[in-house]
Design a protein around this ligand. Structure first.
Ligand code: ADP
Length: 391
């Protein structure tokens, strides 16, 4: 058979452009293969995780309209694997007739913590007490102090955009620490909020079609250290009524934002059993990685189905519990060629590696284990992740 007839006779079920080519794009591409969906990723680096997994690549950057337009050409829909694309460029793509999902409005909501806090509070969603301060200005110190007088120390300072994995978040425990605060000294807007007494960090993942059909995943409980998600379990170890409350919050947010694809809602469960919304992401999310192995349909497949306006897949958990442990780059170099076969000696663990260059603290992969109990799942996943990162 001629190559030409192959290309004509076997078009993809759909072509999806992804702005970014990191591990989220990589795992979305992986889900796309099963559905016959082609993924094309925009990145200046042909060694990014999605490209190494075989996704087509559009070389260019997310802040270049020509590159974005080149990505969109021939795609049924364009989606994102990070929040850094300037919203006005997404607006221009839409104005040029491209289908961008999530919509630029929903995407920009997720990319600006201050904008999101204000909109959530206005819409009546529970959020931590917060205010805006002018960073880099002597007034910033005064504004933070005034906020602390009202709400108490410590306070949390956040850069409204550009942060991830805890970068751009500072806990300031008393007045003396303020002078040394890097964020308070940085020019620009500053989000100042109360330090919430956290009993558990939770995340709801919900998939949505443009028509409004939603599929909610079992509630996830995450364990964060220094602002980085280290591990998570599913379902969360909280009473059922809290899980229902969290799901209701996520559903009304998904509808309010008119989300297409995955919406991830990070929540704090306070020591008083209140739920407050911390962050919102309008894309597949680290807290949903267990869904690849642990639920009938992964968050990545349901993101594709949602943005393509296809019926959503079943989100049922396939085992009593599942745990995922992130493989974070240790301070020493790692040799995965040696450690991977050792980690795989436990037949219960599922290892996912992103093929990212090693750097301390960087997410290099994750390990998931399904088991009859949370402890068993966590223990097995922790052991495998530790083996992978051993010196
Ligand atoms: P990032 O965007 O880098 O993930 P987050 O806003 O999610 O930053 O904050 C990172 C972590 O910092 C959270 O998971 C939580 O552990 C802690 N944190 C953030 N905001 C607060 C707060 N208001 N009170 C207490 N802890 C917080």
């Amino acid at each position: 058979m001629h190559a030409a007839s192959l290309t004509v006779d076997s078009p993809p079920a759909a072509t999806v452009g992804i702005i970014g080519a990191g591990q989220l794009a990589r795992m979305t591409h992986q889900a796309g293969i099963a559905l016959g969906v082609d993924v094309r990723a925009l990145t200046p680096r042909p060694t990014d995780p999605a490209v190494l997994a075989g996704a087509a690549v559009q070389l260019g950057t997310h802040d270049d309209l020509d590159a974005l337009a080149a990505l969109a050409r021939g795609c049924d829909v364009v989606t994102l694997d990070h929040e850094h694309t300037p919203p006005d460029l997404l607006d221009e793509l839409v104005a040029a007739g491209c289908c961008v999902r999530p919509s630029p409005a929903a995407a920009s909501f997720a990319s600006d913590k201050l904008l999101a806090r204000r909109a959530l509070a206005r819409a009546g969603f529970p959020v931590p007490a917060f205010t805006e301060a002018p960073g880099g200005d002597p007034d910033a110190i005064e504004a933070v102090e005034a906020f602390a007088r009202q709400h108490g120390w410590p306070v949390v300072l956040k850069a409204p955009s550009g942060g991830y994995d805890g970068r751009g978040v500072e806990l300031v425990t008393h007045r003396g620490e303020l002078d040394a605060s890097r964020l308070a000294a940085t020019p620009g807007r500053l989000l100042v909020e109360e330090a919430v007494p956290i009993a558990a960090e939770l995340a709801v993942l919900i998939a949505r079609r443009p028509s409004g059909w939603c599929a909610t995943y079992p509630l996830v409980e995450t364990v964060q250290r220094d602002g980085i998600c280290h591990e998570l379990v599913m379902p969360a170890r909280v009473p059922t009524q809290i899980a229902h409350r969290a799901a209701r919050i996520a559903k009304s947010l998904a509808d309010g934002l008119d989300v297409a694809g995955i919406l991830a809602v990070e929540l704090f469960l306070t020591t008083d059993d209140e739920l407050v919304v911390n962050e919102v992401a309008t894309r597949p999310h680290n807290s949903g990685h267990a869904t690849i192995d642990a639920t009938a349909t992964s968050q990545f497949e349901n993101h594709l189905r949602g943005i393509l306006d296809w019926p959503l897949g079943d989100t049922t958990l396939l085992a009593p519990t599942a745990a995922t442990v992130n493989v974070l780059g240790p301070d020493h170099p790692v040799d995965l060629r040696r450690s991977l076969p050792v980690a795989l000696e436990d037949p219960r663990v599922r290892v996912h590696l992103y093929r990212k260059a090693h750097r301390p603290g960087r997410k290099l992969g994750h390990v998931t284990c399904l088991a009859p109990s949370h402890d068993e799942a966590l223990d097995a996943a922790r052991v495998a992740a530790a083996v992978l990162t051993a010196p």
